[in-house]
Write a new protein. Structure first.
Length: 375
């Protein structure tokens, strides 16, 4: 019997669950290949804690190599740059062409740096995470030598958490806060607009208490070596500009022939399969559920892991796929730099050190699930 070829493109949150599930219960006569340029994948829920200094690099990363071996999968250390759905082929950055019978995309999104003049030359995206962490390490070293000005663009949860995490590290871990000016800039009239007024007020107080400047209702027009130029001409001087706003689809998707949403992400149905090309699945930030669109968030990517694994298994064995409907609202546990967090779900909000401990427990249990040999 000819082996069926499953390609998992990307090592995102949903695909780590696919690997774990296939390792725990292998699918016979299936050749699994993981295509990813990274040997380890960061867990987004722990990124602020890693920046703040609460977690080590190892504690916040999943070992894709070990997980792939557990699943009996091969790794191709490259990234995909295109697909040919008609020929069922994946095009790789190293010029290899891989054939597939079933393809799953979990390649995340990219920061929209090209949307702003000078953004790609002078801005630092939070993704890919490893590139950001290299810049962050260098920034901390530079802050020991001279006063620095840092601007974070983006008033969503990611931008707020990152600003507070950076401030915490500079203050408590390095003692550099007094000589580092940190400003959060957002074009929205308030931060975290998708959350309740109570959450917004709590996070605004946290920013003020920690000495993070906040500029709202201001759109960035240009980025250069001196910092930000806002619409209207106002300047925000910065030695480093970090982009923590929005998400853009990988450019090659526009040439893929797949049905996409208005922002260029892959449209999938309730089975997480492409609405235009059966045999191609997508999850995480790169996908948009046509009938149940949700924010681009790690929370939803994690929840898509089990149904994606099950439907890939069913597709490989020729059985009917199962429908998945994501929850309308997800609990958000938002860290505020130190060992303190704010919980948000609809109109309900609460905060305290115990919320951080709750978040820490959830995150560590998630990571423990992907240690080789766990079920």
């Amino acid at each position: 019997m000819k082996l069926k070829r499953l390609i998992l493109a990307g090592g995102g949150h949903a695909h780590v669950e696919v690997l774990r599930a296939f390792g725990a219960k292998p699918v016979p006569e299936v050749d699994v290949t993981l295509v990813t340029p990274e040997a380890d994948t960061p867990y987004s829920g722990m990124l602020p804690g890693l920046v703040a200094g609460h977690y080590s690099w190892r504690e916040s990363h999943i070992d894709l190599g070990a997980l792939a071996r557990y699943a009996g999968a091969r790794i191709k250390p490259t990234r995909i740059v295109g697909i040919n759905p008609g020929e069922r082929q994946v095009l790789c950055a190293d010029r290899r062409v891989l054939d597939y019978d079933l393809l799953s995309l979990d390649i995340g999104s990219t920061p929209p740096l090209n949307a702003i003049e000078g953004g790609d030359q002078h801005g630092v995206g939070v993704r890919p995470v490893e590139s950001f962490l290299e810049v962050w390490t260098a920034l901390c070293q530079e802050a020991r030598e001279r006063p620095l000005r840092v601007a974070v663009v983006g008033g969503g949860v990611g931008g707020v958490e990152l600003s507070l995490a950076m401030r915490h590290h500079l203050r408590l871990e390095s003692g550099l806060a007094p000589q580092t000016d940190l400003t959060l800039v957002t074009e929205g009239q308030s931060i975290v607009p998708d959350h309740s007024m109570g959450v917004r007020r709590s996070l605004q107080r946290a920013l003020a208490r920690n000495g993070v400047g906040l500029l709202t209702g201001l759109r960035v027009a240009r980025v250069d070596a001196d910092g930000l130029t806002l619409e209207g001409g106002a300047k925000v001087p910065a030695d480093c500009v970090i982009w923590a706003t929005g998400a853009a689809a990988p450019a090659w998707l526009a040439r893929s022939g797949l049905e996409l949403d208005e922002r260029g992400f892959v449209l999938v149905d309730e089975t997480l399969q492409s609405t235009s090309h059966p045999g191609i699945f997508a999850a995480g930030d790169v996908a948009t559920m046509r009938d149940h669109p949700r924010p681009k968030s790690g929370v939803y990517a994690v929840r898509q892991g089990p149904p994606l694994a099950e439907n890939l298994r069913l597709a490989l064995t020729g059985e009917s796929l199962k429908r998945f409907r994501p929850q309308r609202r997800a609990l958000a546990l938002i860290s505020t730099g130190g060992r303190h967090a704010v919980a948000s779900r609809g109109a309900i909000t609460f905060q305290g050190w115990w919320v951080w401990r709750w978040k820490n427990s959830i995150d560590r249990k998630f990571m423990a699930r992907y240690v080789v040999g766990t079920k």
